[in-house]
Design a protein around this ligand. Structure first.
Ligand code: NAD
Ligand code: UGA
Length: 476
C-alpha cells in the first residue's frame, strides 16, 4: 500500500521516538523518516557505526537500524530543517512529573511539548499533521492547537498556506519488548476529529498492522485511554504485591496464587508477577497525572483511589529494604551487599524510577557497601542516582572505610566475593543461572540471598547452606 505521507519528522530520539521511527521506516520504505533531537550526544550515538553504541538497548533494534539508517531513516540535530520538510510530525519528547510550581510532584511538565509546538508553528510549511506520541494529560491537544492556530496568523505573511491538524496517537510499547510490541501491537489508537488527517496516519500503520486493530476515538478519549491503560497495569502490580506480603506471613506462595487467579480468563495471567515494585519512567508519572486531573476536577475519591497504587509501590520497596536489614541482624554497616540488576526491568538499559534506586539508597543510608552489577546499564546513570560515593573496587585496601560507598562491576563473580548478602532486583536471565555451589564458597557466613523477583532455584540455594528470602514465598 502506498501512503500519502512522504516525509515524517519525529521530535525526540528517545526510548519511544527511536524504536518507533525505526519500525515505521522499515515498514514504509517510500517514506523518509527524520528523527531529530536537541541532545547531540544522543544523536551521535544513534549515528554510531558500531551498533553496540546505540543510546538505548532494545532486543532486535540494532538489526532494524542496520537496514534503515541512512536509507530512509535519519537521525539529526537539525530540528528546524526537518520540521519544514515534514508533512507529518510526531511529538515524542519527554513529559516527566513537574518538579516545581503549580502541580509540582503530580502534574506533567509540558515544557518540552510546548517548545515543540512553538518550533512546529514557526518552522512548518504547507499543511502539517501534528501527532501527539508522547503521553500527555487530557486536553493537551487543545494547548498545542492554540499555539499552532495563533502562529498561523503570526507567520502566515511568509507562508499563506500554513495549516495544521492535530491527532493523538499514544504509544503502548513496553521497554525490553519494544520492537515486538511495535511490529505486533494489541491495538493502535488514533484520536482526532479530521477524517483526512486520521486516514493519513492510519495508512502508515496499515502497511503492517491489520485494519481491525486500529481504533479511532475522539482526541480526549485517546489521551485518557493511554493514562488509564498504564494506571490499570500498575494497579495489577500493586495488587499482587500486597498479596505477596500476605503470602510471606501465611505459608502461601505468590507464584501459586498468581497462577490460580490468572487462569480465570476474566482476570487473565499477565502482569501478576510480584516484585520489588514497578519502575520505569511512566507508570508513576502517568498515575500522578490522573491523580492531579481528578483533584483539579474536585473528584477527590478518584484521586485518592489511584494515589493508593503509588503508595503501595513505595511501601513494597521500603518493606524489602527493611527486611534485608532485619535479616542481617538489624545492621548492614560495613557489610558488603551485592546488588544484582539496576535497570527497572530486564532487557533494557533504562534506570528511570527503578526500584533499585530506593533499595540501594536505603542500604547505603544504613552504611552498607554495595557492589552493583548490571549487564546493560551505564555506570553514569547509577552515579546520577547514588551520588559520588563511588569507589573502584579492586583498589580497596584494608583501611578503606566502605560504609555507604558503592562500586560497579560487569563481572558478576565480583558481587559474590566476601558478600554478606546478594539482592536480586532485576530479573536478568543470567541471575537465574547462578551456580549457588560456587557462590556459597566465596560469600561470608551466614550468607543471605534476597530474591525480589522469584527467579532463583530455591532448592539449590538452600542445599548450599545459604539463607533465602523470596518475594511472596511463605514456604521458606
Ligand atoms: P526520552 O527522555 O527517552 O526521550 C525524549 C527525547 O526528547 C530526549 O532525547 C530529549 O532530548 C528530546 N527532546 C525534548 N525536547 C525536545 C525538543 N524541543 N526538540 C528536540 N528534542 C527534544 O523519553 P521517552 O521514554 O522516549 O518518552 C517520550 C514520551 O513517550 C513520554 O511522554 C513518555 O511518557 C511516552 N512513552 C514512553 C514509553 C517508554 O517505554 N519509555 C512508552 C510509551 C510512551
Ligand atoms: C509500560 C507499559 O507496559 C506499556 O504498555 C507503556 O507503553 C509504557 O509503560 C509507557 O507508557 O511507558 P514499561 O514501563 O516499559 O511499559 O515496562 P513494563 O513491562 O510495563 O514494566 C513496568 C514495571 O513493572 C517494571 O519495573 C516491571 O518489572 C514491573 N512489573 C511488570 C512487575 O513488577 N510485575 C509484572 O507482572 C509486570
Amino acid at each position: 500500500m502506498k501512503s500519502k505521507t512522504k516525509n515524517i519528522c519525529c521530535i525526540g530520539a528517545g526510548y519511544v521516538g527511536g524504536p518507533t521511527m525505526a519500525v515505521i521506516a522499515n515498514k514504509c520504505k517510500e517514506i523518509i523518516v527524520n528523527v531529530v533531537d536537541t541532545n547531540k550526544e544522543r544523536i551521535d550515538a544513534w549515528n554510531d557505526n558500531n551498533l553496540k553504541n546505540l543510546p538505548i538497548f532494545e532486543p532486535g533494534l540494532d538489526e532494524i537500524i542496520s537496514v534503515t539508517r541512512n536509507k530512509n531513516l535519519f537521525f539529526s540535530t537539525n530540528v528546524q530543517e526537518n520540521i519544514a520538510k515534514a508533512d507529518l510530525i510526531f511529538i515524542s519528547v519527554n513529559t516527566p512529573t513537574k518538579k516545581k510550581g503549580l502541580g509540582a510532584g503530580k502534574a506533567s511538565d509540558l515544557k518540552w511539548v510546548e517548545i515543540c509546538a512553538r518550533q512546529v508553528s514557526e518552522f512548518a510549511s504547507g499543511h502539517t499533521i501534528v501527532v501527539e506520541k508522547s503521553t500527555l494529560p487530557v486536553r493537551t491537544a487543545e494547548v498545542i492547537k492554540q499555539i499552532l492556530v495563533e502562529s498561523q496568523s503570526k507567520y502566515s505573511v511568509d507562508d499563506v498556506d500554513k495549516s495544521f491538524d492535530i491527532l493523538s496517537n499514544p504509544e503502548f510499547l513496553a521497554e525490553g519488548s519494544a520492537i515486538q510490541d511495535l511490529l505486533n501491537p494489541d491495538r493502535v489508537l488514533i484520536g482526532g476529529d479530521n477524517k483526512k488527517a486520521i486516514d493519513s496516519l492510519s495508512e502508515i500503520y496499515e502497511n503492517w498492522i491489520p485494519k481491525e486493530k486500529i481504533l479511532y476515538t475522539n482526541l480526549w478519549s485517546s489521551e485518557l485511554a493511554k493514562l488509564t491503560a498504564n494506571a490499570f497495569l500498575a494497579q495489577r502490580i500493586s495488587s499482587i504485591n500486597t498479596i505477596s506480603a500476605l503470602c510471606e506471613r501465611t505459608g502461601a506462595n505468590i507464584i501459586q496464587v498468581s497462577k490460580a487467579i490468572g487462569l480465570d480468563h476474566r482476570i487473565g495471567n499477565k502482569f501478576l508477577n510480584s516484585g520489588p515494585g514497578f519502575g520505569g519512567s511512566c507508570f508513576q508519572k502517568d498515575i500522578l497525572n490522573l491523580v492531579y486531573l481528578s483533584e483539579s476536577l474536585g473528584l477527590n475519591e478518584v484521586s485518592e483511589y489511584w494515589n493508593q497504587v503509588i503508595e503501595i509501590n513505595t511501601w513494597q520497596r521500603q518493606r524489602i529494604s527493611k527486611l534485608i536489614i532485619e535479616r542481617l541482624f538489624g545492621t548492614v554497616t560495613g557489610k558488603k551487599i551485592g546488588i544484582l540488576g539496576f535497570s527497572f526491568k530486564a532487557n533494557t538499559n533504562d534506570t528511570r524510577e527503578s526500584s533499585a534506586i530506593q533499595i540501594c539508597r536505603d542500604l547505603q543510608e544504613e552504611g552498607a557497601f554495595l557492589m552493583i552489577h548490571d549487564p546493560k546499564v551505564n555506570v553514569k546513570d547509577i552515579e546520577y542516582y547514588l551520588g559520588s560515593k563511588k569507589i573502584n573496587y579492586p583498589q580497596i585496601t584494608s583501611t578503606t572505610k566502605l560504609d555507604g560507598f558503592w562500586s560497579f562491576t560487569n563481572d558478576l563473580d565480583k558481587t559474590f566475593h566476601y558478600s554478606d548478602a546478594l539482592v536480586i532486583i532485576t530479573e536478568w536471565p543470567e541471575y537465574s543461572k547462578i551456580k549457588w555451589e560456587l557462590v556459597s564458597k566465596v560469600m561470608r557466613r551466614p550468607g543471605w540471598i534476597f530474591d525480589t523477583r522469584g527467579i532463583v532455584n530455591r532448592e539449590e540455594v538452600k542445599k548450599n547452606g545459604l539463607n533465602l528470602w523470596v518475594v511472596g514465598n511463605g514456604e521458606l
